[in-house]
Design a protein around this ligand. Structure first.
Ligand code: DLL
Length: 433
């Protein structure tokens, strides 16, 4: 099933033609209407007429989060506010918030993108969708809301949190699809069990669309085992509009709609493009956004790209599961560690539950110390202290073999670590405090 078959199955050549045409129009628009980009172009000695084909893309300057902060709140908009119909904003936990504006067309295109995605993972007008991403300035709730309604699904706009109510409504209203962060789904399923509701047997839930934070194949497997549903990955960022792209039913990467977004993978250090299948930072140029068009937007997200035709028949390129953010990388005793690597190791160990925390501190002698607290799985019973100590040793050794650095492991009882309703915060870096 397709939402927009004519576009979703265009040939690579046809897609390139659209991209080239739209890229040329974009550079002209930003040059004419954005003082920010005009200045950037001039600094790079560049004129829109220098962009003749897609091959000229690397000539264009990158746009970074700092640019949005420096021009806060509207400095990068290319339309007057009278044409802006909505704002979303990031929370600004790591600096000034960033503000995103949308024209009516921007909202329509956002909905179009997510409708294509939702249909590609099997959502239809027969579904009852519980939207448990936060509503409000965060893009998750309203993004899913408008797309699901456009598809004709029945929406439960419950937003994040209020977990007992989530379980009750899921059971009573017959939710078939849920959209929330993967960490919240884990919490929801354990909460449901405490209420005597086994999601696999007592509800009609069949699929979940999980994203907004990094997660792993192991987490996918755990969610599926616990709830009996099929878990799909959804990606997007507020600057690009919000949630936009998902896996299709092949679950072999996330389709990026190439008529709307031009993607590159670059080496995060040098900014040079890397080859297909090679890991690097995802960089996105928006081809249809009006209020806040972005040229070579550095997402900070590490992934790789595949552009061969997918088994689903869609021709648009795919990015693979996000491995983490370039700026999430922890440096522990000089060794680079991604939290996603830690999750990958932990969740392969059957005695270990899904919730964990990574705590970094600096010892008196100046050396870094990494402590990993992880819950015991609720499916195993280990009582003796020596068994716990053995398990901690086993986990520490597995982590060392993958990360190349020792971590102190503390196994704690199920249900003791913090749970999250939205994006999980699993790293506490006391070295920065
Ligand atoms: O999180 C938009 C969104 C809402 C996506 C709901 C999916 C579902 P921001 O708050 O701007 O927007 O955060 C964007 O979240 O750069 C990634 O680092 C991370 N992220 C989003 N989706 C995924 C995913 C929304 N599927 C930032 N896997 C991005 C890993 C993800 N990381």
């Amino acid at each position: 099933m397709y939402w927009n078959p004519a576009i979703e199955r265009l040939s690579a050549k046809e897609l390139e033609e659209i991209q080239e045409r739209r890229l040329k129009a974009l550079v002209n628009t930003v040059y004419d209407y954005s003082p920010f980009y005009r200045k950037k172009f001039k600094e790079a000695g560049l004129h829109p007429s220098d962009i003749k084909s897609l091959n000229d893309l690397p000539k264009l300057p990158f746009t970074k989060k700092q640019d949005l902060r420096d021009t806060y709140p509207f400095g990068m908009f290319t339309v007057p506010l009278s044409q802006v119909v909505r704002f979303h904003a990031s929370s600004g936990t790591t600096g000034k918030p960033t503000v995103v504006g949308y024209t009516a067309n921007d909202i329509r295109n956002w909905v179009e993108s997510l409708c294509r995605a939702l249909v590609s993972c099997g959502v239809s007008s027969d579904d009852i969708m519980q939207i448990a991403y936060g509503y409000g300035l965060f893009t998750g709730g309203l993004g899913f809301h408008y797309a699901a309604e456009r598809l004709g699904s029945t929406v439960i706009p419950i937003s994040a949190g209020n977990t007992a109510r989530q379980v009750e409504l899921m059971r009573d209203l017959g939710t078939t699809v849920i959209a929330c962060t993967p960490s919240y789904m884990l919490y929801l399923s354990e909460y449901a069990l405490e209420m005597g509701v086994d999601i696999a047997n007592d509800t009609k839930l069949r699929a979940g669309i999980f994203g907004a934070e990094p997660w792993s194949e192991e987490t996918r497997r755990r969610i599926e085992e616990k709830t009996g549903i099929t878990a799909y990955d959804v990606y997007g960022t507020s600057e690009l509009s919000g949630p936009l792209f998902t896996e299709c039913t092949e679950r072999n990467g996330i389709h990026i709609w190439a008529d709307m977004f031009l993607i590159e993978i670059v080496d995060p250090e040098t900014g040079e493009q890397v080859g297909e299948g090679e890991k690097g930072e995802l960089v996105v140029t928006t081809l249809t956004k009006e209020a806040l068009p972005l040229i070579r937007w550095r997402t900070g997200d590490i992934t790789y790209m595949e552009s061969d035709k997918c088994g689903c028949g869609r021709t648009h390129p795919r990015i693979m599961r996000i491995l983490g953010r370039a700026d999430d990388m922890l440096i522990v005793r000089g060794v680079n560690v991604f939290p996603s690597q830690i999750e990958h190791v932990l969740l392969q160990i059957p005695e270990v539950g899904e919730h964990y925390m990574i705590i970094l501190d600096r010892r008196e002698d100046g050396l870094d110390e990494m402590t990993i607290q992880v819950e015991l799985s609720d499916r195993v019973s280990i009582d003796t202290t020596s068994d716990i100590l053995n398990l901690e040793k086993k986990i520490a050794e597995k982590l060392k073999s993958v990360l190349n650095v020792w971590a102190k492991v503390e196994v704690v009882n199920p249900g003791t670590l913090q749970r999250f309703e939205g994006k999980a915060k699993r790293v506490i870096d006391k070295r920065k405090i």
